[in-house]
Design a protein around this ligand. Structure first.
Ligand SMILES: Cc1ncc(COP(=O)(O)O)c(C=O)c1O
Length: 388
């Protein structure tokens, strides 16, 4: 890592901080490691050693963005808010917090806004890494927080995933030792797209959070059907030390506009706040667009339905070709490929298709974001050409 541009540096330089990348360079904990898993642990510094030529891409499927854009109602609110761009957003923050608090069953003081959820992840990394200690998580997950925590002195202990690519909560629980400062869970997980059964996750939090803070990164939660969506706000309402990180970057399409929030105990938010630039880092234009988008359930339902349609099409097309696709509950799909990552990636780029690759336990994988149906048809055409 040291002789190269680090992933964050590269993302910063290429403007891809919000790209939804996830790596797994952290060694699986010895307790459950195998030689094969250990070999995989350091293979993925960052997938793009040569970034794709962006203007030449016909399908941009590497960053888990919303291909449909922002809601027309959000765009209208954004333009209107330009008229009050000279004002600090005092009341508008409370407006959005009140909306969120009502839906989540918490109080507005349990919510902190931020320009994207990355800021919350970074604040937690900085805080929990202070003075050393361990952050306990899983292999094959989003590692932005983990890399940052490691950089500032934390050890990362990553338990292997279950055979079906899910967080192994019993194994994580069994590895909580006095030096563990925080547990980091991503649900739905990036890059596997898998989810943890809600009852299991809730029981885990109720047992673990009284001892160790549990950070749940819910960047992709909006892709759950509303009826199935986990409602972990109640854990916070019950006083547990659970931190939920949310973003508008995905279903709301705000990756470039930047809006996110944390739900946690007021004391924890106060602590995390000290590591951020404060809520005013969110612009009034983004905030007003966020309020409009949040209220626009029709647009969210439309995006969710289009995503599910294109995801089903791609999953079936790959399965029909004999590929084993990991069932995804998010806006990306991970599946094992039969080519070297670099060769595959370069050939896909050459065909104008932007994707991500990963290698775990010596097995190469493709992670493709779910774009429009048209883009997924392009992806399948390109894929067939590349794999022959
Ligand atoms: C799991 C996960 N968490 C957090 C983020 C950060 O997103 P943002 O900073 O755009 O809210 C991402 C971005 O893709 C992600 O995949």
């Amino acid at each position: 890592m040291s002789s190269q541009l680090t992933r964050r540096d590269w993302l910063r330089a290429s403007g891809l901080m919000t790209a939804g990348l996830s790596l797994s360079r952290f060694a699986p904990a010895e307790a459950a490691s195998t030689a094969e898993q250990a070999q995989s642990a350091f293979t993925n510094e960052f997938a793009f050693t040569t970034p794709p030529d962006m203007p030449k891409l016909r399908a941009r499927l590497f960053a888990n963005e919303n291909p449909l854009g922002i809601a027309p109602s959000a765009k209208e609110a954004l333009i209107k808010a330009a008229d009050i761009g000279n004002r600090y957003a005092w009341m508008e923050f409370s407006q959005l917090k009140q909306l969120l608090a009502t839906d989540e069953g918490v109080k507005p003081e349990n919510i902190m806004m931020s320009p994207g959820s990355s800021d919350i992840l970074m604040a937690a990394a900085d805080h929990f890494a202070k003075g050393g200690g361990t952050i306990l998580t899983s292999t094959m997950t989003y590692d932005d927080l983990l890399q940052r925590a490691e950089k500032f002195g934390a050890k990362i202990k990553a338990m292997p995933m279950t055979k079906d690519y899910k967080f192994d909560l019993p194994s994580i629980k069994a590895n909580i030792t006095p030096d563990v400062k925080m547990v980091y869970i991503v649900n739905p997980n990036n890059p596997t797209g898998t989810i943890i059964p809600t009852a299991e996750l809730e029981a885990f939090c109720r047992e673990v959070a009284p001892k160790v803070p549990v950070f749940i990164d819910e960047a992709y939660i909006d892709f759950y059907e509303p009826a199935d969506r986990p409602k972990l706000g109640k854990l916070v309402a019950d006083g547990l030390n659970v931190i939920l990180a949310r973003t508008f970057s995905k279903i709301h399409g705000f990756a470039g506009l930047r809006l996110g929030y944390a739900i946690a105990q007021p004391d924890m938010l106060k602590t995390l706040h000290a590591y951020t630039n404060g809520e005013f880092a969110v612009s009034i234009t983004t905030l007003m667009a966020g309020i409009a988008s949040y209220k626009d359930k029709d647009w969210q339902n439309h995006c969710r339905a289009e995503n599910a349609k294109a995801r089903t099409y791609t999953t079936k097309a790959l399965t029909d070709m004999g590929y084993e696709v990991i069932p995804s509950s998010a806006n990306f799909i991970l599946f094992p490929i039969r080519m070297k990552t670099k060769t595959f990636e370069n050939q896909m780029f050459a065909n104008g298709i932007g994707i991500q690759t990963r290698e775990f336990s010596g097995q190469p994988y493709c992670r493709v974001s779910v774009g429009t149906m048209e883009e997924m048809v392009m992806f399948m055409d390109g894929f067939k050409k590349v794999v022959g």
